[in-house]
Design a protein around this ligand. Structure first.
Ligand SMILES: [Ca+2]
Length: 321
């Protein structure tokens, strides 16, 4: 009898336990905030004939609270460590600008160029647009929209250490398929207006670059050489690759050279290649000379609007109905 009672008790306990499990299974899970489905939609708008990617109206978290997640555990000194770790560590002090704190932003629908504006496109602008018809009203008087590296080279730049590793010449920067560089914010503004577009806001740029899941780079959270044209690969202790670039380009690459690094909305080269002017005057995404950490989707630099350099270009955006 005692054995039977024990079994009865055990069965009763199992039944209660099973019932609890069942109830638990039936209890609805807390409603998950459903992420918007991202569809890659290409369209064409504007006078420069460029492919544009459509980004529907949506909310996303802009910025990042992340603090150098890839800092190596070992102190960085003369010790030989894995190059990407070294690069990220060296870049750590500038990891997050103060105004990159995470915040929720809601945007209207817009389209953004799939590629950075090329020299070929910019040539059309210079040839077709009566100078200064599309310029910002505050543009300095007498400005010339010709990109800096189409016509002259600063002797100091020519003799710089990095210019010795590859020709710092017109051919390097002015071919049709490469992104236009050496343009200031006023140039970018005027080009966009001529094309029937505008410069993207930083929020638009960042949403197009990273989508809604807060990723570090356009393709995801893990760094990979070969998914972007960045720099810094030849730093001192990198004995294996000394003297060459892992991504194959010291300066800007032809746009679209890194399809594996495409963004969730289908935009190319949003990490590296050339840094891109945005509407407010800051530039986003790093360049061919940025560390991997400096080519993250939240990376930004603030420049004076007259600033021009061989790592700085732009892409355009446009409102969508
Ligand atoms: Ca870029």
């Amino acid at each position: 009898m005692k054995l039977a009672a024990a079994f009865t008790g055990l069965f009763a306990a199992l039944a209660v336990w099973g019932g609890l499990l069942f109830l638990r299974a039936m209890t609805p899970a807390p409603a998950a905030k459903s992420a918007p489905v991202i569809r890659i939609v290409e369209t064409r708008h504007g006078g420069d004939g460029s492919a544009m990617m459509v980004v529907p109206a949506m909310e996303f978290t802009m910025g990042s609270a992340e603090t150098h997640p890839d800092m190596p555990k070992e102190p960085v000194g003369t010790k030989l460590i894995h190059p990407p770790d070294l690069l990220l560590a060296r870049a750590a002090p500038g990891w997050n600008p103060p105004d990159s704190r995470p915040r929720t932003v809601r945007l209207k629908a817009f389209a953004i160029d799939r590629y950075e504006v090329t020299n070929g496109q910019y040539r059309l602008f210079l040839a077709e647009a009566p100078q200064h018809r599309f310029c910002h009203p505050d543009e300095p008087k007498g400005k010339d929209h010709t990109p800096r590296y189409w016509r002259d080279f600063n002797p100091l730049l020519k003799d710089a250490e990095y210019a010795k590793s590859a020709p710092f010449s017109r051919a390097t920067f002015a071919s049709d398929g490469k992104p236009v560089v050496g343009v200031d914010w006023w140039d970018a503004y005027a080009y966009a207006a001529w094309a029937g577009k505008r410069l993207p806001t930083e929020a638009e740029w960042e949403l197009a670059a990273r989508g809604v899941d807060g990723r570090r780079w356009p393709w995801g959270n893990d760094w990979a050489w070969g998914k972007a044209n960045t720099g810094g690969e030849k730093l001192g202790t990198d004995v294996v690759t000394q003297g060459r670039e892992k991504d194959g380009f010291i300066y800007p690459a032809p746009v679209g050279s890194f399809p594996a690094g495409r963004s969730p909305f289908g935009c190319d080269d949003m990490a590296g290649n050339v840094e891109e002017w945005c509407a407010g005057g800051a530039a986003r995404g790093g360049s061919s000379r940025s560390m991997p950490s400096g080519a993250r989707c939240v990376s930004r630099s603030a420049y004076e609007r007259e600033f021009r350099t061989f790592t700085l270009g732009f892409r355009c955006a446009k409102d969508m109905p």
